[in-house]
Write a protein that binds this ligand. Structure first.
Ligand code: SF4
Ligand code: SF4
Length: 301
């Protein structure tokens, strides 16, 4: 009995709640924002990149493009078809589209046909499928773009104005400082001069110190140079002496060499003189002999 009353209680409780039944087809459910329904196509956005055709897992998309008359480098879409017999509403084609030319709507009930061939939808049907869905309405999109552009331009203008104001302030401060210095120079303010002198004092001190250091360095270098000059003078003297004694030393050396050669040959200068005297005696003897012979021949005749 208690269980029966409990069951009635649950049923009666639903009378208090809001009715969820929808009177379809007069009424339609509002689908979630990311619902993957039947496609909508925006031909003006399509750049004929063919990505949707390549990515479709069931190969149900076919398209053709043609050259734009205004801009031959650009292509525009000519035909775009989806065969909904094989479409699995996977959303790949809309994800890959770089310009959001193909999007998914929240519509799910406009493919009820008695003939399967009627599921082949062309560019006109897809463009006219303007049910709400997971995309922005073109008008709303255009409005948003215009607002963004206006914001950017306003920010640009603001920046330019700020920069101009900053430049003006800088120019003012510069002119003020220039006038102040000019007045100080004209009046010859004693305080300013005294301050300048005080400021220059350390500089003068530092200059004197630097000069003193330079003098000390010069004195050190002179001290180092004096012994070197002395050494050089001594070297020059020694070279001159060697040059003067050069010929004598050469003559002595040649005489010594001759003596050594004679000793090596085993004959002395005395022996050479004896040899010379012997040679001269022989010559005298031979001359005398020849004169005697000539005299004897004359007598015989
Ligand atoms: S939803 Fe998937 S199956 Fe359908 S046309 Fe796009 S890519 Fe192909
Ligand atoms: S619908 Fe998108 S992906 Fe497909 S061809 Fe056009 S621009 Fe490329």
């Amino acid at each position: 009995m208690f269980r029966l009353l409990k069951g009635f209680g649950v049923t009666l409780n639903y009378f208090r709640k809001k009715n969820l039944t929808i009177q379809y087809p007069e009424e339609q459910m509002v689908m979630p924002e990311r619902f993957r329904g039947i496609h909508r196509f925006f031909p003006e956005k399509c750049i004929v990149c063919n990505l949707c055709v390549q990515v479709c897992p069931t190969d149900v998309i076919t398209l053709t493009g043609k050259k734009d008359e205004d801009n031959p480098k650009k292509k525009i879409i000519d035909t775009y078809n989806i065969d909904f017999q094989g479409c699995i509403l996977c959303d790949f084609c809309t994800e890959v589209c770089p310009t959001d030319a193909i999007v998914m709507t929240a519509r799910y009930d406009n493919l009820s046909e008695f003939n399967r061939a009627d599921h082949f939808k062309d560019i006109h049907w897809l463009t006219a499928n303007d049910h709400y869905g997971y995309y922005k309405d073109p008008e709303v999109e255009a409005k948003e773009k215009a607002e963004k552009q206006a914001k950017r331009e306003a920010a640009k203008k603001k920046k330019e104005e700020e920069a101009a104001a900053a430049e003006k302030e800088e120019a003012k401060t510069e002119s003020k400082s220039a006038t102040a210095t000019a007045t100080a120079v004209k009046t010859g303010d004693d305080k300013g001069e005294a301050k300048k002198a005080e400021a220059e004092k350390p500089e003068a001190k530092s200059e004197d110190k630097a000069e003193a250091k330079a003098d000390e360095k010069q004195a050190e270098t002179k001290k180092e140079e004096q012994p070197q000059a002395k050494k050089e003078e001594q070297q020059e003297k020694a070279e001159q002496e060697t040059n003067e004694a050069g010929p004598k030393a050469k003559a002595d050396e040649s005489a010594k060499e001759e003596q050594a050669a004679e000793q090596a040959s085993g004959t002395s200068s005395d022996e050479k003189a004896d040899e010379k005297s012997a040679d001269s005696a022989e010559a005298e003897f031979s001359e005398k002999k020849s004169s005697k012979d000539d005299a004897g021949r004359g007598d015989n005749q």
